[in-house]
Design a protein. Structure first.
Length: 350
């Protein structure tokens, strides 16, 4: 396989942007790494946070963002022997971890203090050739569509993990806050596949229509509802509210609102990462209703394999739209305005 010396990439030079289409060198994989010819990459809201330097976590600059990259392995280091040139593979948020700390030893590698993050602390997938640690790249069978699976590599893994963390079982109810977005649309499909009733919460008729088509049992439009709390509770058969809440929204309000409609004994899983936001819930209510509030952060290698397996079995079909890599800036503009229903995926060849 011939590998060019240079390639096309979208590069952010300074915090705050903009993203610029550039010709940059193709990186060389280290001994435990693979080089993947990225064909498609999903665009996650995290990529926007990275460009804007929103979080209390230093971001690499200049930066090639992106962490939902699917493609073909074109080179590998000498220590890599369980993945071959020509195999299909995906680069996810967790690019690598130390494998020896107490978190890594217990397959809690997202908590590794030395973790490398794709499109954040190391260059990611908004380029034609990207590097991943062989131990962490997602294995993809060749019959899987690379463009369709791309969003699963962050959004899918993350919501699948959050649903597991929520403890919700088949037949129970979960509210998906931000159901019309990238993570949300996949969450609705995982709920459906897992036999969980989903109450989608988001804004606008387009998102309502999409959420109902994706299998939500009910939808609450937070932009028109006079009382979101009452509407969410009323969507459950006994009116006591959902057993789980997966908060994916990129604003602080819904994180605090969730404690008002979650069912007693229920779990609120915080997944969205709005800049500078804080959690606030009444202590009295949290105690006497035995509410659990917790964070959920991507997934480990096993969650990755399982999330992809759901997709490979044809159980996960969330809407996505493919545009050229050169259009990344306009994707970010739509994302800022909350105008993307589902996921946008960039094609690195154009
Ligand atoms: O591991 C993690 N915890 C993880 C992994 C991946 C992504 C966390 N994230 C974070 C991202 O960094 C981002 O902060 O999850 C958040 C959502 O990512 P996304 O799904 O990629 O974003 P999106 O496609 O823009 O969707 C967000 C949706 O939230 C809705 C918007 O309308 C949009 O559809 N929303 C908002 I903003 N406020 C809402 C509200 N009050 C709301 N929906 C309901 N109620
Ligand atoms: Zn992501
Ligand atoms: Zn570690």
């Amino acid at each position: 396989m011939s590998i060019p010396a240079t390639q096309k990439a979208m590069v952010v030079e300074t915090v705050g942007g903009p993203v610029q289409y550039k010709e940059i060198p193709v990186p060389k994989p280290g001994p435990d790494e693979v080089l993947i010819n990225i064909k498609y990459s999903g665009v996650c809201h995290t990529d926007l946070h990275a460009m804007n330097g929103d979080w209390p976590l230093p971001v690499k600059m200049p930066l090639v963002g992106g962490h939902e990259g699917a493609g073909v392995v074109v080179a590998k280091g000498e220590l890599v022997n369980d993945i071959e040139i020509g195999d299909h593979a995906g680069i996810k948020w967790l690019n690598g971890s130390c494998m020896t700390c107490s978190f890594c030893r217990q397959t809690e590698e997202p908590l590794c203090p030395h973790a490398q993050l794709s499109g954040y602390t190391v260059d990611g997938t908004f380029q034609q050739y990207a590097i991943g640690k062989a131990a962490h790249v997602a294995r993809l069978s060749k019959d899987i569509s690379l463009e369709a699976v791309a969003p699963v590599l962050c959004a899918g893994i993350t919501v699948f993990k959050a649903l597991k963390e929520s403890g919700a079982r088949a037949g129970q109810w979960v509210a998906i806050v931000g159901a019309g977005g990238g993570l949300g649309s996949l969450a609705l499909q995982y709920c459906k596949a897992m036999g969980i009733h989903a109450i989608g919460i988001d804004g606008g008729e387009d998102k309502r229509k999409m959420c109902m088509e994706l299998g939500a049992t009910a939808f609450v439009d937070f932009t028109v509802s006079k009382d979101v709390v009452a509407d969410v509770k009323a969507a459950t058969p006994d009116g006591f509210g959902p057993h789980g809440v997966i908060v994916l929204a990129v604003s602080e309000g819904p994180f605090q609102q969730a404690s008002q409609y979650v069912r007693s004994r229920g779990t609120i899983c915080c997944v969205g990462l709005p800049a500078g936001a804080y959690l606030k819930a009444p202590v009295f209510d949290t105690v006497v209703r035995m509410v659990r509030i917790q964070g959920s952060y991507v997934g480990n290698r096993q969650d990755t394999a399982e999330a992809i397996d759901f997709f490979a079995r044809g159980l996960i079909k969330a809407p996505y739209k493919v545009v050229g890599l050169t259009e990344l800036a306009s994707v970010f503009d739509l994302m800022k305005a909350n105008k993307i229903a589902g996921r946008m995926v960039v094609d690195t060849s154009r």
